[in-house]
Write a protein that binds this ligand. Structure first.
Ligand SMILES: [Zn+2]
Length: 59
């Protein structure tokens, strides 16, 4: 059980934000999906870069 606070990750290229609490249902990531659980093959829905180009942000 991972009860640490949800975080947000921002694409440094286009500014798209992945919110762990919201997930990305359109990409098959249900709400609550942790960044670590997002597949390495996942890419930014807006610009197509990989997880390597995302940084954790505090909103
Ligand atoms: Zn992007």
């Amino acid at each position: 059980m991972n009860d640490s606070p949800y975080r947000s990750w921002m694409c440094v290229v286009c500014g798209f934000v992945y919110d762990e609490a919201a997930g990305l249902p359109d990409d098959g990531l249900p709400p609550g999906t942790r960044w670590e659980e997002v597949p390495e093959t996942w890419t930014c829905p807006d610009c197509g870069v990989t997880k390597d180009d995302f940084e954790m942000v505090t909103l």
